[in-house]
Write a protein that binds this ligand. Structure first.
Ligand code: HEC
Ligand code: HEC
Length: 329
């Protein structure tokens, strides 16, 4: 009996030792990204213009980094708080995150190298690993010039003092998150003439797949790319509007996707909201409100939207019927 207890005790000590070593290694070796590079992004007028276009209508830094007004159609951002963070992202049992203040009041002391590393590799200036809800894996694969343009523009935002609440990830995600940031390899923006490849680039930059592809434990479900919400997936439904909203199937399936939409219909779906009036919705209309920032996407050029449409047409049609607004009567 005594010997058995001794062996058991020995095993427990050994196990605790292994856990401590593993924890120590995780803390010491991760996040595994190189130190920030020293360089400056020159804010040329071309960069600022391109950066504003990409931010306002495509990559949406300030769409996530600003509180949105869900009493209005598609939750427009509160302009007087632009970039000051605090929008909440409910990850269910995985935790709760808040976007950070990215105006000069908060990141004014960061070097361009610090900022570039945060946005493309996922490590904050103080060394904290970020959860990829902040879409650094996408931004790290974009054309470096496009990223520089966006960052030049972000630097020009008005300084607003605001300290959003700290986010919280539950165990074990709070440890796993340290292993996600990686050094990145920038891509190349394909020429516009190559409509499908260019459309794919813009679709990724606009993060369409992040909402429209169901994922489990952060990994996209194989075969369900752009097929919309799937019951039980991490991103099964959004609740930000106060009602349940599910992402539509945007594969070319004729019955349950957008296979029957013409290019013109697709473009007009977005362009129709370019001059949205921002009126406050009645309670019954809020059950039909969307989390897709379509009023922001509406400012994309017709050519860019046409390219996105062209890319979406090349996807595998997937049959998946989605009830988009289950609470609407
Ligand atoms: C889908 C929403 C979303 C988009 C789009 C987005 N962010 Fe973020 N961002 C976040 C969230 C959420 C965090 C906090 C992540 C965390 O706590 O792990 C964050 C964190 C950051 C941080 C770290 C700030 C700090 O104090 O640690 C920076 C810098 C940043 N984002 C810049 C940007 C820029 C620039 C863009 C556009 C190129 C952008 N973000 C686009 C959601 C987003
Ligand atoms: C923040 C999450 C989110 C992002 C990002 C997003 N969508 Fe959506 N989308 C939704 C949701 C939710 C719906 C269903 C509600 C609605 O109709 O707006 C939807 C609906 C749609 C529809 C209407 C489909 C139908 O059957 O009526 C189209 C088309 C669409 N999205 C295309 C896109 C494209 C293209 C992009 C990228 C430029 C994009 N979405 C980005 C969440 C998102």
């Amino acid at each position: 009996m005594k010997i058995l207890l001794k062996i058991l005790g020995g095993i427990i000590v050994l196990l605790l030792f292994c856990v401590a070593c593993g924890y120590g290694y995780l803390m010491f070796a991760y996040p595994a990204v190189p130190p920030p590079t020293a360089f400056e992004i020159e804010a040329t007028p071309e960069r600022l213009a391109r950066g504003k276009y990409l931010n306002d209508h495509v990559v949406g830094c300030t769409t996530c980094h600003t509180r949105r007004d869900w009493t209005k159609f598609s939750g427009p951002v509160m302009e007087d708080r632009l970039g000051s963070g605090g929008e909440s992202f409910n990850l269910g049992p995985a935790g709760m995150l808040y976007s950070k203040n990215i105006t000069p009041a908060a990141i004014g002391s960061w070097s361009d190298g610090d900022l570039l590393r945060a946005v493309t590799q996922g490590v904050s200036k103080d060394g904290t690993a970020m959860f990829p809800l902040m879409p650094y894996p996408h931004f790290g694969a974009m054309d470096q010039e496009d990223v520089h343009a966006v960052l030049a523009y972000i630097r020009s935002l008005k300084a607003i003092e605001n300290t959003p609440p700290a986010g919280k990830l539950s165990f074990p995600l709070n440890l796993i998150v340290r292993t996600i940031p990686k050094s990145n390899t920038f891509g190349k923006r394909p020429p516009r003439a190559d409509k499908v490849a260019y459309g794919q680039y813009m679709t990724k930059a606009a993060l369409c797949g992040d909402c429209h592809t169901a994922s489990v434990s952060g990994t996209p479900m194989p075969g369900m790319e752009f097929a919309g919400s799937v019951e039980g997936a991490d991103n099964w439904q959004f609740v930000e509007t106060g009602y349940r909203v599910r992402a539509a199937n945007i594969t070319p399936d004729a019955n349950t996707g957008i296979g029957s939409w013409t290019e013109m219909q697709f473009i007009d779906k977005f362009k129709g909201f370019e001059t949205a009036t921002n009126t406050t919705l009645a309670e019954y209309e809020r059950a039909n409100n969307t989390v897709m920032p379509i009023t922001a996407y509406a400012g994309m050029t017709r050519d860019d939207l046409a390219a996105i449409y062209a890319y979406l047409r090349t996807l595998k049609p997937v049959t998946n019927r989605v009830e988009k607004f289950p609470d609407a009567k």
